[in-house]
Ligand binder design. Structure first.
Ligand code: HEC
Ligand code: HEC
Length: 512
């Protein structure tokens, strides 16, 4: 009797109640095992059990009842936490156990093959036929050589979060942003997939990383786009023919009633077949391909104009890597020629306006900083509104876009020109430093309609889509919706007939 009395001492009572509540909350909230609970000591669930038993002994009926209710919740939560562990690998994992890298890699491989849907597109077997997606054999090693200045891990992180930012030469932008719906990998899952990819020819690296995206923002950006309308695929097929998409794009099983006729609105070019367009792409991508053809250009189909060693090439950009491009040109008589052009052979073009250099296709830049006499040249690595970072030799240097010396070119009426550093300029006098000497020129001696004042020069590769950009103006909303509904039925298997099943699927997707 004496003993139970002392057990009921208020201190024990309060401690028991506190432990009960703390361990319950920590267990439900999956708090890390700290400070009293640890994986080696006792997990939160066991502390909770101890506290519950203690409270049942020391407290009166009210607290006993509460303890009982919590214990029931605890019991079901415990079962729920155990079930996924044995059935699927994905659910409920909130942390990777880097004490066991092999297990992390294995988990990453499971995500690669299941939830991530990576193996639906990518192979891990060099002998597999080359498809629309790169084989990932040795990617842990190759990733280091993809983008200048990016190590393997940074490249892999970018590949998964922002796959469109750098396209593997020869491949189009069809890889989904796997952190978004519908694949929606969590950060932990992505970290595991990266470990798995690194283990292919390299070594998994447990260093934590920050996601280069803002998950919270996704909801708002998705809302900013107008919702996809529900359209009628049969009508859409008619639009595809009437709007002459069919002049450039082939769809298996769809006949072009105007085949052979000359089109006056645009030049017919080789374009991707659309028979399977919906098998690999979301409706959003297909919509964007029509609304903004230049936003994403299927590799091998873009058109370019480049000047290399004084020769102008205008044609299709067949392929591109970090050193060279292949351009296919077409002569008037229809014969096609492929030219391999080294990027280093591209001519420097004067740049008057330094905004959005990368967006405008500039690869390199040559500038003279305002406090220096020697020009600096390098590959453009990064750019903001006010600065540009160049890779000069082995190091990177950042320059302010406004602190650069300006070059001025003065062409006269006889085809000669004078180039020099601009010192000052007004309506009656232009002062330039030419070959180290300051000279004054009379603007009236020159062809002022062709004056060029450039802050820099650079090599440029501007790729444009040969697909006309005026379809958004030509087509009504209704037609656009119908067209999308039709294109969304094109999954290859159903392309020939556009079966009823595929049709209803599309409508569901389109209303989402
Ligand atoms: C719909 C097809 C598709 C799916 C699904 C897909 N990818 Fe890709 N992936 C591509 C294509 C196409 C490219 C090449 C173009 C590019 O760089 O985006 C690519 C590029 C990559 C690259 C760069 C490869 C290189 O050689 O530099 C990596 C790494 C990669 N994917 C990993 C993954 C992982 C991991 C998953 C699953 C979580 C995944 N991909 C899912 C189509 C896909
Ligand atoms: C003058 C020829 C031409 C016409 C007309 C044309 N396209 Fe295109 N289209 C192209 C070329 C070339 C590409 C590949 C380059 C690119 O991605 O922009 C392309 C790309 C596409 C793509 C992306 C294909 C892929 O594999 O990712 C879609 C979708 C598409 N076009 C739909 C249409 C629709 C719908 C119409 C009619 C409203 C149309 N196009 C009219 C030439 C054309």
């Amino acid at each position: 009797m004496e003993k139970t009395k002392s057990l009921k001492n208020p201190l024990i009572k309060i401690t028991g109640l506190l432990l009960l509540l703390v361990s319950f909350i920590a267990f439900i909230a999956k708090a890390p095992a700290f400070p009293i609970a640890s994986e080696n000591l006792l997990p939160w669930s066991v502390w909770f059990l101890i506290a519950a038993l203690l409270n049942m002994v020391v407290w009166g009926i009210l607290v006993k009842l509460m303890t009982y209710v919590l214990a029931i919740i605890w019991f079901f939560a415990l079962i729920a936490a155990w079930v996924p562990d044995t059935s699927t690998v994905t659910a409920t994992l909130t942390e990777l156990d880097w004490d066991d890298p092999e297990a992390v890699i294995e988990f990453g491989e499971a995500i690669f093959k299941s939830k991530g849907q990576c193996s639906a597109c990518h192979t891990l077997d060099t002998s597999a036929p080359k498809g629309r997606c790169p084989d990932l054999t040795d990617i842990g090693n190759n990733a280091a050589n993809r983008e200048p200045g990016k190590d393997a891990r940074t490249y892999l992180i970018e590949s998964l979060y922002e796959p469109g930012k750098y396209l593997v030469p020869g491949y189009g932008k069809i890889m989904p942003e796997v952190w978004k719906n519908p694949i929606a990998l969590t950060k932990v899952e992505i970290a595991a997939v990266i470990a798995f990819l690194q283990s292919q020819g390299g070594e998994a690296d447990p260093t934590p990383f920050d996601e280069p995206i803002d998950r919270a923002e996704v909801g708002t950006t998705a809302e900013a786009l107008p919702p996809l309308l529900t359209g009628d695929p049969e009508e859409g097929k008619r639009v595809f023919i009437d709007a002459a998409c069919i002049s450039c794009h082939e769809i298996q099983g769809l006949e072009n009633p105007k085949a052979g006729e000359v089109n006056e609105d645009f030049e017919v070019v080789t374009a991707p077949k659309l028979t399977e367009i919906a098998a690999f792409n979301e409706p959003r991508y297909i919509e964007e391909s029509i609304l903004l053809p230049d936003a994403i250009i299927v590799s091998g189909y873009g058109s370019v104009t480049v000047i290399a060693q004084g020769v102008t090439y205008q044609g299709t950009l067949v392929s591109q890597d970090t050193e060279k491009i292949v351009v296919r040109t077409k002569a008037d008589d229809g014969t096609e020629t492929e030219h391999t052009i080294l990027l280093s052979d591209l001519d420097d073009e004067p740049i008057e306006d330094l905004t959005d250099l990368k967006g405008r296709g500039y690869l390199t830049l040559t500038i003279t900083p305002i406090d220096s006499d020697t020009p600096v040249s390098g590959e453009i690595v990064e750019e903001s509104d006010t600065t540009v970072t160049l890779k000069v030799g082995d190091e990177t240097q950042t320059f302010s876009k406004t602190d650069m010396k300006k070059q001025m070119t003065l062409p006269d009426y006889d085809g000669n020109q004078i180039v020099g550093e601009l010192v000052s300029r007004d309506d009656f006098e232009i002062v330039l430093i030419v070959d180290g000497k300051e000279e004054t020129f009379d603007p009236f001696d020159f062809d002022d309609s062709n004056f060029v004042v450039a802050s820099a020069s650079g090599k440029r590769l501007k790729v444009k889509s040969p697909m006309p950009a005026n379809f958004p103006d030509l087509l009504s909303f209704r037609e656009m919706a119908d067209l999308l509904a039709y294109l969304s039925t094109l999954t290859g298997a159903t392309a020939e007939e556009g079966s009823d099943e595929a049709t209803s699927d599309t409508q569901e997707e389109a209303t989402e």
